[in-house]
Write a protein that binds this ligand. Sequence first.
Ligand SMILES: NC(=O)c1ccc[n+]([C@@H]2O[C@H](COP(=O)([O-])OP(=O)(O)OC[C@H]3O[C@@H](n4cnc5c(N)ncnc54)[C@H](O)[C@@H]3O)[C@@H](O)[C@H]2O)c1
Length: 274
Amino acid sequence: MSLYKDIIEKKEAIAVIGLGYVGLPIAESFAQKVRVIGFDTNKKKIELYKKGIDLTNEIGDDTIKNTKIEFTSDEDKLEEAKFFIIAVPTPINLDKTPDLSPVIDATKILGTKIKEGSIVVYESTVYPGVTEDICIPILEEESKLRCGNDFKVGYSPERINPGDKVHRLENIKKIVSGTDEEALEEITNIYTLIIKAGVFPVSSIKVAEAAKVVENSQRDINIAFMNELAIVFDYMGIDTNEVIEAMNTKWNALNFRPGLVGGHCIGVDPYYFI
Ligand SMILES: NC(=O)c1ccc[n+]([C@@H]2O[C@H](COP(=O)([O-])OP(=O)(O)OC[C@H]3O[C@@H](n4cnc5c(N)ncnc54)[C@H](O)[C@@H]3O)[C@@H](O)[C@H]2O)c1
C-alpha cells in the first residue's frame, strides 16, 4: 500500500493547512498534478482566493482564477484528505519567545481529522523538537491513534523567498524527514512530484528542523555583523562598500552586505533557535 500511488491515481487527496506565502504556492504546485484541498481559518482570505485574487502575489491572479485547489475554511473538508501539509505562521511573542499557538491550533484541528494511513508534514519554521515533542502528542491525543503504527509524521522546511522570481519552490532543493523509513519514502516520493531540484532526505525530524533555523540564523547574524562594521567604518571615515568589494576578492569571503534583513522570517527565526 502506497499513499503516493493513491495520490497520483487521485484516489486520495493532499490538504494544505495555512494558505499564505508558503502554503499557497505549494498547494498550487501540487494541484497541477493531484487533488488538493486548500484550508485556511481566515474566511476572508479564502473568499478572495475563490474570487481569483492572490493576496500573496506568489502565484498571481491569472493562476488563482484557473486553479484546481479546492479552497475551504470548513474543517470537515479535511476528512477528504490523507496527506497533510501544515504551513501556518510561527511568530514570536512580545518577550521574543516562540508563539506556537497557530501550529498547536492547526494540529488540534488535524488531530480530529486524520485516520489510519495518514501522513502529516510540518513546513512551518520551528526549533528542533517541536514536531516530535509538541505536535505528535497532540495528534495522538486528539485522534486516539498512535504515531508510527496508525499514522506518520514528517518535517520539510520551506525555503522560498517571497517575491523572488528566480528561486522558486520548484527549483529549490527541499529537505525532507520522517518518523521512520516508510514515512520518509512516501514524503520523498510525494514532494518529488513538484520539486524539480530534488529532495534532500535527512535521518531525523530534528535535523530537518535545525537545518532551517540555522540557515536563517546564519544569514541574520552575518548581516548584523556587516551592519556593525558599517557603523564602525562610518565613525572611522572608511567607505564600507569599498572595504567589502576589496574583501570579496578573497575566494572564501562570504559576500554579505549591510542593510535591512529581508522577509518576516530572518529576523524571527533566530529566536526559535535560541
Ligand atoms: N514567508 C516566507 O518567506 C517563509 C519562507 C520560509 C518559511 N516560512 C515559514 O512558513 C510558515 C508560514 O509562513 P507564511 O509566510 O506562509 O505565513 P502567512 O502568514 O503568509 O500564512 C499563514 C496562513 O496560515 C493561516 N492560519 C493561521 N492559523 C491557522 C490554523 N490554525 N489553521 C489553518 N490556517 C491557519 C493564516 O490565516 C495564513 O493565511 C512560517 O512558519 C514561516 O516562518 C516562511
